[in-house]
Design a protein around this ligand. Structure first.
Ligand code: SF4
Length: 302
């Protein structure tokens, strides 16, 4: 087969749908009971057809499959991907694994930190064995024993919103002590998909309060917003990622799931636009001109 390519600047791979945790706010609904993973064939076919400049390996928890993650990072480098990130809960890593991933070509570690309290962390993660101390230890290992960059995220929920400044201060101190190692902290509004419910949704005013104080520290705060929320936050001068669809988070790259489904979102409940392994020759033009592929077209380089 000689499929035409759709080059995109940034691409997310769901490396696995398995995760040791069971967060109620998981946008993908991933859990310990799921067992699928991305095949090397799908990885190579995607590189050939989408030629990304940057990729994120997410899940599920990608480090649960270190046997795939390190070789897939190497494959990304071999495919001339410039920036390779992982989206991880940071709990299954240790110094040896982190150095293995850095040696493979990893650049950036994206992780969520929603509380510094061990008990609340276990509750939020839906896992009695989850350990926030492990997360914090691994942040220090990354800063002190590797050259990897860190991209923290805070999921803003009714249960967590009051933790924001404690988490921020903790990370801001590290940012000041290790200049150039942190990207912005991403303030992410709870996504009411997956298992999350209305009761966990923060008020817009609570998020606006954080945003209005966002310049108090050195670590920059960015916000992820949805549809019209972007307009609500615009007066604060904050960087709001562009939205192509009110149901989609604007900064999400094109996502390839473990089954090859391709969509412009990483949120459960939305259908993939098409399956990359099942697009016949000549089918790309048809897909790009169809209404369901408008979001993909919007971020394609062609
Ligand atoms: S949010 Fe992250 S850590 Fe929680 S279940 Fe989903 S993939 Fe796992």
């Amino acid at each position: 087969m000689n499929h035409q390519a759709i080059p995109v600047p940034s691409l997310e791979f769901q490396l696995t749908d398995t995760c040791q945790n069971n967060c109620g706010f998981c946008a993908n609904g991933d859990s310990p009971s799921k067992k699928q993973s991305l095949s090397p064939e799908l990885l190579q076919e995607t590189f050939r057809r989408m030629r990304p400049e940057s990729v994120i390996f997410s899940g599920g928890e990608p480090t649960i499959r270190m046997d795939l993650l390190a070789p897939y990072i190497r494959a990304a480098r071999a495919a001339e991907v410039k920036t390779v990130k992982i989206n991880t809960n940071l709990e299954l890593l240790d110094p040896e694994r982190l150095m293995q991933l850095e040696d493979a070509g990893l650049n950036i570690v994206h992780f969520a930190l929603n509380t510094l309290e061990p008990e609340q962390h276990r509750n939020l993660r839906g896992n009695p064995h989850a350990e926030v101390t492990r997360v914090l230890e691994n942040i220090h290992v990354i800063l002190e024993q590797t050259r990897l960059k860190l991209k923290p995220e805070f999921v803003c929920m009714h249960e967590t919103v009051e933790n924001f400044w404690d988490v921020y201060d903790y990370l801001n101190d590290l940012h000041v002590a290790h200049p150039g190692r942190f990207e912005t902290i991403e303030l992410q509004r709870l996504i009411l998909l997956g298992r999350a419910c209305d009761a966990s949704a923060p008020k817009t005013s609570e998020i606006a309060e954080i945003i209005s104080r966002r310049t108090l520290g050195a670590l920059q705060v960015d916000a992820l917003c949805f549809g019209q929320e972007g307009a609500q936050f615009a007066p604060y001068g904050i960087h709001v990622f562009p939205c192509y669809n009110p149901a989609n988070c604007g900064c999400s790259p094109v996502r390839v799931d473990v089954n090859g489904g391709v969509s412009k979102t990483n949120f459960a409940g939305l259908q993939a636009d098409f399956n990359i392994m099942n697009v016949p020759d000549g089918g790309i033009e048809r897909l790009l001109s169809s209404p369901c592929s408008a979001s993909l077209k919007a971020c394609a380089k062609v």
